[in-house]
Write a protein that binds this ligand. Structure first.
Ligand SMILES: [Zn+2]
Length: 319
């Protein structure tokens, strides 16, 4: 008999191979691997011998339950923050304004396009999750081996999430088209740090029960872009779906000392976003203890949402 763990690993492998259709409405073409942050002008600034470091799920075939299921892993720059989101044509055309040499990454349009890509990537991740759990739910070979109620809850949670994200996607599409300043965006500059990230996250603490059909549209966008000689932090929100707490959060990235910036990034990466990476040489300066503690915190916070207070823990503290 095949062990349930291996059946699940096989399902996961098959789902990874699945083709997805481009997320642009009406487009039927197969999605290619799109990058949340492009190589040219950004990731190439911190890539070393073609490599970067990101968080990856452990291979389910090799994983034993004593180890953390998430690990730091060296990846090729081509795999950096990539998901099957758009077809080749749309991936090229939509993001052409930020793929030029001399792109103004501080511009409102750049903020909108990075945010749009982050929302679409999040939809893809949720769709992959739904597919994976649906296949588990339906697998004859797993009957009696898995808790179907839990699986169903995960599927439904992801479906709700996709519904919210679809709305965010439509708002962004309209704004990219018309640019009527319906979003507020902030730009902060720091000395270059070998870290990158691009994400959208909910500012709502969803442990509070949701009213039936209520949407969660209060979301914060944040993009950390290592340029050739400085690091840009872009953050912002939709003006009709905001709160004082969200505005404070966005403004709190201004004028930080290095140590405070490092702590703030650590909290962000341990709570709200897992779409981030760093250069191999920066990774080498992190202590083993901090790396282990970081993964532990990430696992503890996996079901928490909303805005978090910056903690004292600093993953980037030099060894
Ligand atoms: Zn397309």
């Amino acid at each position: 008999m095949t062990k349930p763990q291996n059946i699940i690993a096989k399902i996961s492998q098959n789902v990874k191979k699945k083709n997805w259709v481009c997320l642009v409405d009406g487009c039927e073409d197969i999605a290619i691997n799109s990058h949340l942050i492009q190589q040219n002008g950004i990731l190439n600034n911190i890539t070393e011998n073609g490599h970067l470091i990101e968080l990856k799920m452990m291979d389910a075939f090799k994983w034993n339950s004593k180890d953390a299921p998430i690990v730091f892993r060296q990846i090729g720059v081509k795999q950096a923050l990539s998901h099957k989101v758009f077809c080749n044509t749309h991936d090229t055309n939509i993001f052409q304004p930020i793929e030029q040499t001399n792109t103004d990454f501080e511009s409102y349009l750049a903020f909108l396009l990075f945010s749009y890509r982050a929302v679409c990537a999040e939809i893809c991740k949720k769709n992959v999750n739904i597919e994976f759990h649906t296949r588990m739910f339906n697998a004859q070979s797993l009957i009696g081996q898995i808790n179907k109620d839990t699986i169903e809850q995960i599927i439904n949670g992801n479906k709700l999430g996709v519904k919210d994200l679809q709305a965010l996607k439509e708002y962004l599409e309209a704004e990219i088209e018309t640019q009527k300043d319906t979003y507020t965006h902030y730009v902060y500059k720091y000395p270059k740090m070998d870290v990158y990230a691009s994400a959208v996250f909910s500012a709502t603490d969803i442990t509070y029960p949701r009213e039936d059909g209520a949407m969660d549209l209060k979301n914060i966008y944040i993009h950390i872009l290592p340029l050739s000689d400085e690091t840009l932090i872009l953050t912002g929100f939709h003006n009709e779906h905001t709160s004082d707490e969200m505005i404070d959060f966005c403004k709190s990235w201004e004028g930080l000392e290095t140590l405070d910036l490092e702590k703030k990034l650590t909290t962000l990466f341990a709570t709200n976003i897992e779409n981030w990476g760093l250069s191999p040489s920066l990774f080498d300066t992190l202590s083993e203890k901090n790396k282990t503690d970081y993964i532990k915190k990430l696992m503890e916070n996996v079901n928490d949402f909303g805005i978090f207070k910056t903690s004292d823990f600093n993953l980037f503290e030099q060894k």
